[in-house]
Design a protein around this ligand. Structure first.
Ligand code: C5P
Length: 229
């Protein structure tokens, strides 16, 4: 039977965040943001194993306590997200049929419900799929002068989130050229092979912490979830 394995690339520095400590190690309720991300994946009964890929130069991981069950950590991050994922995938030695759920370290507010929805919806899919949200705002294209150059029709536009869930064999084939500039997520690599990944309803709370102001929002979401538990 095929297993489900989560792969978390966490070897980026988060340059847009603008702090000396990478954003995945910023503290939220006294624990690194990354620990909250890993909790959700490790607590999911449908996931057999969680592989965390960090940078060989990482100076922060050993300073903290981490979930023990299911978690493996490898210092094999590359110089792009796609390279970090490709390195993790090679180290996993998964069967071709195993499902791999790639999840951004900085999406620390993924809910157990959204994760389960992805797993259930994609379970019998021939290609695999990802959490995503239909674009709700009007989309503008901007010029270098900081003015609107066009309004882009939003019909049919979705914002890709993670996890992105694909069979290990197909994902390895798709990531054979991880340096390709068009690969900003795993789905785009699968699309380059001619496949159409399934879009599964994500949620606004599953945003990627990117800017310093995002931390307070993530902290509020996690606190509200604890209060309602
Ligand atoms: O920079 P961005 O937020 O788009 O990164 C998405 C995910 O990819 C993050 O979890 C980040 O740590 C990871 N990443 C990585 N190796 C890199 C660059 C980014 O694992 N070289």
């Amino acid at each position: 039977m095929s297993r489900r394995i989560a792969l978390v690339p966490a070897a980026g520095h988060g340059s847009r965040f603008g702090t000396a400590t990478p954003k995945q190690y910023q503290l939220l309720h006294g624990r690194p943001l990354l620990a909250h991300t890993l909790d959700t994946l490790c607590d999911c009964a449908a996931i057999a194993r969680v592989l965390l890929v960090i940078s060989p130069q990482d100076e922060w991981f050993d300073l903290y306590r981490w979930p023990q069950a299911k978690l493996d950590v490898l210092r094999i991050g590359g110089n792009s997200r796609a390279q970090s994922v490709a390195n993790g995938l090679a180290a996993l030695q998964a069967d071709d049929d195993d499902w791999v759920l790639v999840h951004d370290a900085a999406r620390c507010c993924l809910s157990a419900d959204a994760l389960q929805r992805l797993i259930d919806t994609v379970a019998d899919d021939a290609v695999g799929g990802l959490l995503a949200q239909p674009v709700a705002d009007t989309v503008k294209q901007g010029s270098a002068a900081g003015r609107v150059s066009a309004t882009v029709p939003r019909d049919g536009l979705w914002l890709a989130q993670t996890p992105q869930m694909f069979r290990a064999g197909l994902l390895a084939e798709a990531l054979q050229d991880p340096a390709h500039p068009a690969l900003t997520d795993e789905a785009s690599a699968i699309e380059r092979l001619g496949h159409a990944p399934r879009l599964v309803a994500g949620e606004a709370q599953n945003f990627k912490v990117t800017w310093p102001g995002d931390l307070a929002l993530a902290a509020a979401i996690l606190a509200a979830r604890k209060d309602n538990a």
